[in-house]
Design a protein around this ligand. Structure first.
Ligand code: PLP
Length: 441
């Protein structure tokens, strides 16, 4: 399958090129050329299948042209060595718990898949070594580092701002060792991002034949595999007779997760409508209200993984709906949008904890509240994605709900590891020298 750029100013690329490049040369986002419809019978047959089995079928439709069946199945099975259960909360509302992976957040799915796909290309093409650079304000670094941990032929450098990530987040990428190097940058997240961007364009690193790539969330290898769990969610609810009128609420920041849901819908998954649930960053909501999209300054919130004022994947949504004569009306028909302040998120977390005994994380809380506000009919089932385990935000969650929550064993294990990181300044020449010294052997 070919991948075209949403800006359509460059020719379509192969899967390998799209994965290695991340962003197209015209700065557009890559999109798959044909999204094969999975036939009706396949969707209803999924009732009794496992997460891995369902994902293999979806992966075959998306990546089957480019990767042989056995290899693809291995990649999928290895990526998804954890479950994603749809848990009943109350009445017709369910949570799809996407936090059972190694770093307890949904980003594990995309990061693990991308690592394995990159490893496949590295081995097939006999590339010596690929170096992944990732700048993080906390959560992406842990999912990417753990996703790539121990994967042959790939080295990962995580750049993070010194003193600006929580201890739980920091230990998830600084204690790993092996092929993961944590770089503690004396600066802000923006400085980290600038170092990464400059490195990609640097002539001297190119001359030294150092292969650099990014594991940014706009990469097709990170966003497309997220469509797998929408099918799995459907199958779980279908088994209970609850999937006929399914409304899916997605806590959204950069909108990669929601786009993956739309891809599943385009492939034939019968989802009645989507909801984009957000915090105080409301650029998408303003678009739904007015038909005009304008980036907004980012507002810091307690659901900080969704603090995005200008969602990158908006371009993918526009591209998908451009087949309709009036894309704006078509988007409004398929997607509703709601936003919540920190106070509203906290209130929701308290209510759901005391009334139903379920502990939401601040992101999932937006997803839940949006289903309530959307006023489901009796026949409709509401499913919100629980994108992270509440213990990832332990102190904030405990303060809000007024009681202690348990730290899962997986997180405790990270906390016990020994921190290994390299201090660097925000000066690019230092960073370049470090890469040269480490990589040109
Ligand atoms: C990244 C993230 C989100 C936002 O996902 P997008 O795909 O960027 O919309 C939501 N919740 C959590 C916990 C995240 O880490």
């Amino acid at each position: 399958m070919k991948y075209y750029s949403t800006n359509k100013k460059v020719p379509p690329a192969s899967l390998k090129r799209a994965v290695m490049k991340g962003l197209a040369d015209d700065r557009g986002l890559f999109m798959p050329e044909n999204i094969d419809l999975l036939k009706d019978f396949v969707v209803s047959d999924m009732q009794d299948m496992s997460f891995q089995e369902i994902s293999c079928i979806v992966a075959q439709a998306l990546f089957g042209d480019d990767i042989d069946r056995d290899t693809l199945e291995n990649i999928v099975n290895d990526t998804l060595n954890f479950d994603a259960p749809a848990v009943h909360i109350h009445d017709n509302i369910y949570a799809l718990e996407l936090f059972h992976g190694p770093t307890l957040a949904f980003k594990d799915v995309g990061a693990r898949f991308m690592a394995r796909l990159l490893n496949y290309f590295v081995e097939k093409e006999n590339v010596k070594e690929v170096n992944v650079l990732v700048a993080t304000s906390g959560d992406t670094g842990s999912a990417v580092a753990n996703g790539f941990l121990g994967v042959d032929g790939i080295r990962v450098f995580v750049l993070y701002p010194k003193g600006k990530v929580s201890p739980v987040q920091e230990c998830q990428f600084t204690t790993l060792g092996q092929n993961i190097t944590a770089l503690e940058v004396d600066g802000t997240f923006d400085d980290c991002q600038a170092l990464v961007k400059t490195a990609f364009m640097d002539g001297e690193l190119k001359k030294a034949q150092i292969k650099l790539t990014s594991a940014n969330s706009i990469n097709v290898a990170r966003f497309l595999p997220q469509s797998f769990y929408y099918f799995y969610a459907y199958s779980q609810l279908d088994r209970k007779g609850k999937a006929d009128e399914l409304v899916v609420s997605v806590p959204s920041g950069n909108f990669g997760n929601l786009c993956a849901g739309l891809i599943a819908y385009w492939m034939g998954l019968p989802i009645k409508r989507f909801i984009a649930a957000g915090n105080s960053n409301r650029a998408f909501r303003e678009y739904l209200n007015t038909g005009n999209y304008a980036p907004m300054p980012t507002i810091a919130t307690i659901a900080n993984a969704m603090d995005v004022g200008d969602p990158s994947n908006f371009a993918r949504i526009i591209d998908l709906f451009s087949i309709y004569p009036n894309p704006y009306q078509a988007i409004k028909k398929r997607i509703n949008g709601y936003n919540y302040s920190d106070a509203q998120i906290s209130e929701t977390m308290r209510t759901v904890s005391s009334k139903y005994g379920y502990i939401l994380d601040p992101h999932g809380a937006c997803g839940y509240q949006a289903l309530v506000e959307d006023r489901l009919t009796e026949r409709e089932t509401g499913l919100f994605l629980e994108t992270a385990h509440p213990a990832k935000f332990k102190s904030a969650v405990e303060q809000i709900i007024g009681r202690d929550i348990e730290m899962p064993a997986k997180l405790q294990a990270f906390m016990k590891g020994e921190k290994q990181s390299v201090n660097i300044s925000k000066d690019f020449t230092c960073f370049r020298q470090f890469l040269m010294d480490t990589l040109s052997r």
